[in-house]
Design a protein around this ligand. Structure first.
Ligand SMILES: C[S@@+](CC[C@H](N)C(=O)[O-])C[C@H]1O[C@@H](n2cnc3c(N)ncnc32)[C@H](O)[C@@H]1O
Length: 226
């Protein structure tokens, strides 16, 4: 079967990426919430850092959907030192607005942030991104020295130019670049800022890959080794 690879512009117009059936409304806590999906007590992390005297706590959430979890968090913490940025391709953000939360309509792939972050998250967003590895390595460079990056990542969707999962050819370089991958939970983390580069060149994305482990149609990303 010949796979037609899409560039970023075509991918972002794809109904797989821009459809309204996907869950964009996850809350912060509970069985389907951010904490559960990320394996991180987000509220606990923020309140610990702020009560420990941090000047600010900066959280960037990529592919934030409506941003419901972010607004919930800002209201629960209720501290002006918490600054939250939610980024999504689709301008479908929840209200009412909160002074500590900004929403940016942009692709995670073209974002140029203006600050460093204590926490960067991407909850079930990389499944729809073309160059997943570039987003991860760039995000790792936006962390503060003690910042944390956590994202859901399905390595079955990261393929070689022959259409096979990169699997171990990728996990070794990811580890050397400072990432930890939990294969069972399909979760990737990076603790502390990294200037990482991986030995792969992005070729394009396939939006016809079909449902992934979440049950939703997702996007496969193709790479050549360099
Ligand atoms: C399954 S939803 C998850 C939303 C949110 N994180 C949650 O858990 O409720 C995936 C989100 O990724 C967004 N998305 C897809 N590709 C993106 C990209 N390249 N840049 C930013 N957002 C993107 C979609 O618009 C959608 O809101």
């Amino acid at each position: 079967m010949v796979v037609r690879l899409l560039d970023d512009q075509a991918l972002e117009r794809s109904s797989v990426v821009a459809n309204c059936a996907m869950n964009r409304e996850r809350g912060l806590t509970g069985s389907n919430g951010y904490g559960r999906e990320l394996g991180v007590d987000v509220l606990g992390l923020i309140t610990d850092r702020l009560s420990g005297g941090a000047g600010t706590f900066d959280w960037l959430d990529l592919c934030c959907g409506t941003g419901k979890a972010l607004l919930e968090c800002a209201r629960l913490v209720g501290d002006p030192r918490l600054r939250i940025t939610g980024v999504d391709l689709v301008d479908f953000f929840a209200g009412p607005a909160h002074p500590g939360v900004e929403f940016v309509t942009a692709s995670a792939g073209s974002l140029v942030p203006q600050r460093f972050y204590d926490l960067i998250t991407c909850v079930h967003g990389l499944h729809y991104v073309g160059d997943k590895l570039d987003v991860l390595t760039r995000a790792a460079s936006w962390l503060k020295a003690d910042g944390l990056l956590v994202a859901n990542l399905d390595l079955a969707a990261v393929l070689s130019d022959r259409g096979r999962p990169l699997s171990r050819r990728l996990t070794g370089p990811l580890r050397s670049a400072g990432f930890d991958y939990d294969a069972r939970r399909r979760r990737i983390t990076c603790a502390g800022q990294r200037q990482a580069s991986l030995p792969f060149r992005y070729l394009g994305a396939d939006d016809q890959a079909g449902p992934n482990y979440t049950g939703q149609p997702a996007v496969n990303s193709y790479y050549a080794s360099t």
